[in-house]
Design a binder for this molecule. Structure first.
Ligand code: FAD
Ligand code: MLT
Ligand code: ZN
Length: 489
């Protein structure tokens, strides 16, 4: 724990209470108003891998309250962790020690929506799925989708520059976010909530906050360009016998489907086995394929003409089956099947989590090299004596699953262990980062650095880049109070 930060006390708690409009906006173990168990869902992360010890959770209701809280903490030297839906996967949203948790879930209003321009302006604490539902009513779609949509916040999405399942179609948040409202570490409110698509007047400051993981400011408002919701959406899932076949299908899908291709995801048989087991345990088992494979890919289309799109997708399906590029394929026949086919992919993280303690890696490498990394990782774990064959439910490693956003060259490797241990971690890290760097890849394609990858940033960024980032951090947060011990350390 850095001694430069003030330790939170009951005195601070009293002052914070006076700042906030309602007493329910504050939870603390310091005055007995909450137990450590009450605070566990804020102190612990989604994977149950990182555990903070904060005695105070503050949940302001307005941007002005966020500003007052930050001003107070800045003056007193209290460290603060911004927290959204707490679905992050790199330990970024939880305290490392006793930092105050500033959770923004009470900032959850849609502020405006312009049906002509498609610009949505909303609080940072709006849940992603809620934002998308509100847009669906108007015939629009949020240009980001991910498995945690029911819990993550759009502020958290911007703070992590989340990628997700449809980046292939809608691009990165660096392109779709038009403006931000941010509370800076000293409490200053920056109103940068532009609704303009074009604005070349000086530095594009919002870009600094997109992907800043709560280290230089708290995102309280977002303005984002949302496209029309495709009138027709469809999904097909294929089983295949090799990773080479998955790559060929990706090329064919781009050729046949063109602009209506909205997602291309892949997962291996180990990922599929985890999902099937999870579904069986929850009574949802269902036979999907007559012939299963070593690999699977999911193709989604979104277009304006249902008949037209279906003809294209059916044409692709017939071509793939006819040329034996795939073993089997299923095309969704209705919206229920659309969801259930998507769940085969979306449920991989949750299913891995149910199977054990998961070491998660999220990397970018050229598409052709993606699966080679999973195989290298398996070989390394076998050599280290912790992986038997493809995994042993009774052994230290239960499974090594590879899946991801093929269309974006983004691979996820999930190593399911029976428990988190230094022995296993030392075999995996830094080896996993070394093999990514050898392929000129990124050690974090979309999940960010958080506390997990902060020490390893040098595998993806050179010294000059890191120094520039340090200077930016110091410019906004000279006392280093916002989300310390993470990102750039
Ligand atoms: P949190 O987890 O609360 O915080 C994440 C980081 O952002 C922390 O550093 C925190 O300090 C900071 N932060 C949060 N809110 C703010 C704010 N308002 N202002 C400033 N800083 C803030 N990620 C992907 O990129 N693609 C995926 O496909 C994907 N799928 C997922 C599926 C599952 C099942 C799960 C559990 C996670 C997935 N994630 C994915 C990771 C995670 O959901 C995203 O990173 C998400 O954007 C985090 O949003 P959140 O609101 O939960 O943020
Ligand atoms: C995903 O693509 O499913 C997410 O990034 C989450 C994860 O990999 O755990
Ligand atoms: Zn992902």
């Amino acid at each position: 724990r850095s001694t430069s930060f003030t330790k939170p006390t009951e005195e601070h708690l009293k002052d914070l209470k006076a700042i906030l409009s309602t007493p329910t906006s504050l939870l603390s173990t310091l005055d007995g108003s909450a137990t450590p168990d009450d605070l566990a869902s804020y102190n612990d992360d989604w994977m149950n891998k990182y555990h903070g010890k904060s005695p105070i959770v503050v949940k302001p209701r307005t941007t002005e309250e966020v500003s007052k809280v930050m001003k107070y903490c800045y003056e007193k030297g209290l460290a603060v962790v911004p927290q959204g839906g707490n679905t992050g996967l790199v330990g970024g949203s939880n305290p490392v020690h006793d930092e105050i948790i500033l959770n923004i879930s009470n900032l959850n209003k849609i502020r405006s929506f312009d049906e002509v321009s498609g610009v949505l302006v909303a609080d940072g604490g709006v849940i992603l799925e809620a934002a998308d539902h509100a847009l669906a009513e108007k015939g629009f779609i949020f240009p980001l989708d991910l498995g945690a949509k029911g819990s993550c916040h759009i502020g958290g999405n911007v703070a992590t520059n989340a990628g997700g399942l449809r980046l292939l179609r809608y691009g990165s948040l660096h392109g779709s976010v038009l403006g931000l409202e941010v509370v800076l570490p000293d409490g200053t409110i920056w109103d940068g909530l532009s609704k303009l698509r074009k604005d070349n007047t000086g530095f594009d400051l919002k870009q600094l906050f997109i992907g800043s993981e709560g280290t230089i400011g708290i995102i309280t408002g977002i303005s984002i360009h949302c496209p029309r919701r495709p009138a027709a959406m469809n999904v097909a899932v294929f089983s295949l016998d090799s990773y080479e076949a998955v790559q060929k299908v990706f090329a064919e899908a781009k050729g046949h489907l063109g602009e209506i291709l909205s997602a291309f995801e892949f997962f291996d048989k180990q990922s599929y086995a985890l999902v099937k087991k999870h579904q069986e345990e929850n009574g949802g088992e269902r036979k999907v394929f007559d012939q299963e494979g070593d690999f699977y890919c999911l193709i989604e289309t979104g277009g304006s003409n249902a008949e037209h799109d279906e003809a294209k997708l059916t044409g692709l399906l017939e071509h793939l089956l006819g040329t034996e590029m795939v073993l089997d394929g299923v095309l969704a026949q209705d919206s229920t099947q659309f969801q259930s086919l998507w769940s085969l992919r979306e449920l991989v993280p949750e299913s891995a989590g149910k199977a054990g303690s998961v070491y998660k890696y999220d990397v970018s490498v050229p598409v052709g090299k993606m699966y080679g990394l999973v195989e290298k990782m398996r070989a390394k774990l076998r050599e280290g004596g912790v992986l038997e064959g493809d995994g042993n439910p009774e052994g230290p490693i239960r499974a090594v699953a590879g899946y991801g956003h093929m269309g974006d060259g983004n691979l996820h490797i999930n190593i399911v262990a029976n428990k988190y241990s230094d022995e296993v971690e030392k075999i995996i890290e830094p080896y996993v980062y070394e093999i990514v760097a050898e392929n000129d890849g990124s050690i974090s394609a979309e999940h960010g650095l958080g506390v997990m990858k902060a020490p390893y940033i040098g595998y993806s960024k050179n010294d000059v880049s890191i120094e520039m980032m340090r200077k930016i951090k110091t410019l906004f947060d000279p006392k280093g109070l916002l989300n310390p011990y993470k990102y750039i350390i």
